[in-house]
Design a protein around this ligand. Structure first.
Ligand code: ATP
Ligand code: MG
Length: 340
């Protein structure tokens, strides 16, 4: 990651994390933490409120659950370059968000394809929901690398976030141009190998809110139960019928989680010929997924006795120091404040 000085990314604290987060986001985060970049992982408790303000108990529980999930996958905040940041704890980001709102326009937000898709699931969109894309730009650019080596801010995300990242860049460029400054340095999205993992019900996205997820904290039995019941090829009635591999979640999962490519190719061949049933394949997939989740279960047990509050406090403080300076510079550029 040459030239990348900072990495910022996050999770909404709306529930437990699942396999989609793992392949779509967290694997990239693990790569980032192994690099020289300073990594800021955001517990997006404010963004969670944009759709879940009526569920305070869920938010309360989820902040801790997400930290445990992060520790379980192997993120390590004891490394000097890794920070867990509580979004609501960084005061300067609220200021920056307000300034970005002044240069964002409603039409461009309405055109955002991810917002459009999410809007369908929200019965009464709040003002916070309508503007969350702008607010997210503040989360990113509060860490604009002003004084450090390397000039790039990298944002590893799932595919649904790409339009948001493009929009953040647009706002930053607009700001820099309008106020003749370079306070906001370029940010780059990075999408993992699996940008969008399908749900076990075949829906296009495994999601916390859709009940179609295999959680990282599920027990081995639960994982097996979910996989045995997962959606495959609806047109295949018997194991001897030729099956479809393309778009079949069973094979999407094999591709995402199996390490032995030759094994997966052989399953695909047999499936298409009608020479292997769903049941043995699902059993095998459950073993593969449980092999990945096993070490996570062990790390989670250890994490439960760690001082999680202190970890989050340290990371939030580190981000706040940077954000304060960026906001001061942004305000100067905008001539906000009493004139000299
Ligand atoms: P919610 O439904 O509450 O928005 P979510 O499952 O979309 O929850 P987020 O916290 O919004 O989770 O997303 C965290 C990160 O994980 C983002 O980068 C997002 O793109 C990625 N991500 C979420 N679901 C998937 C998925 N099914 N496949 C790949 N990446 C995903
Ligand atoms: Mg989401």
């Amino acid at each position: 990651m040459d030239g990348i000085s900072r990495v910022l990314t996050g999770t909404r604290t709306t529930g437990e994390l699942h396999l989609g987060h793992y392949v779509g986001a967290l694997k990239l985060w693990l790569d980032a933490q192994r690099s020289d970049s300073d990594c800021f992982f955001l517990l997006a408790d404010v963004q969670a409120l944009t759709t879940h303000a009526d569920r305070p108990e869920l938010i309360r529980k989820s902040v801790r659950d997400v930290v445990l999930d992060w520790l379980a996958v192997g993120l390590d905040p004891t490394l000097p370059n890794v920070h867990f940041v509580l979004q609501s704890g960084v005061k300067a980001r609220f200021e920056l968000s307000q300034y970005f709102l002044m240069i964002a326009n409603l039409t461009e937000i309405r055109r955002n394809p991810t917002v459009k898709a999410e809007m369908k699931g929200v019965r009464y969109p709040t003002m916070g929901f309508l503007t969350y894309v702008v607010d997210q730009a503040a989360d990113i650019y509060m860490l604009s690398p002003l004084n450090v080596g390397g000039n790039e801010l990298m944002v590893p995300v799932g595919a649904d976030q790409v339009p948001h990242l493009e929009y953040s860049r647009k706002l930053a460029r607009r700001f820099n141009k309008a106020y003749e400054t370079n306070v906001f340095r370029p940010c780059t999205a990075k999408v993992g190998e699996v940008g969008r993992l399908v749900g076990i019900d075949g829906q296009e996205k495994m999601s916390k809110s859709k009940g179609n997820a295999i959680n990282l904290s599920d027990s081995a039995e639960e994982v097996t139960r979910k996989i045995m019941g997962m959606y495959t090829d609806p047109n295949r009635l018997r194991a001897t019928d030729p099956g479809t591999v393309e778009g079949n979640p069973l094979f999407t999962y094999f591709d995402a989680f199996a390490t032995d490519r030759a094994e997966v190719d052989e399953y695909k061949r047999l499936y298409q010929l009608g020479q292997i049933g769903d049941v043995p394949l699902k059993r095998r997939l459950a073993v593969i997924v449980n092999e990945i989740l096993g070490p996570m279960r062990e790390r989670r047990l250890k994490a439960e006795s760690m001082k999680l509050g202190e970890i989050v406090q340290e990371g939030t403080f580190a981000a706040s120091i940077i954000a304060e300076e960026v906001v001061t510079r942004a305000k100067e550029a905008m001539f906000v404040g009493f004139p000299e």
